[in-house]
Design a protein around this ligand. Structure first.
Ligand SMILES: [Cu+2]
Length: 101
């Protein structure tokens, strides 16, 4: 069976969307942010963040849950970071944090 080129082109465009929907850690987009507050005991971090594409969220300052509270240890208030975030069991969660370059 032959598919019209238009159908093939549409499928090719949808493929990356299907991949990002799986939300593997490495595929989550990086968001720039500044750490405003750390609460290691509660495992929460407040970040002034840029647009979060995968959460359809505009820039704002808000609190996230850390996927692992230990990942908050290296950071201090005022640090510029790039992070990945996702909704995990209904909670907006920071998946990974790296230093901003
Ligand atoms: Cu936000």
């Amino acid at each position: 069976m032959k598919y019209p080129i238009r159908v093939l082109a549409t499928l090719a465009m949808l493929l990356p969307l299907a991949c990002s929907a799986q939300a593997h850690d490495g595929h989550l987009p990086l968001t720039d942010g500044v750490i405003k507050k750390l609460d290691l005991a509660a495992g929460n971090v407040t970040i002034a963040h840029g647009e979060i594409v995968n959460l359809k969220m505009p820039p704002m300052t808000m609190s996230f849950k850390a996927r692992d509270p230990a990942m908050l240890k290296p950071w201090k208030e005022g640090d510029k970071v790039r992070f990945r975030s996702a909704e995990v069991k209904g909670a907006l969660t920071v998946i990974s944090i790296d230093a901003a370059k």
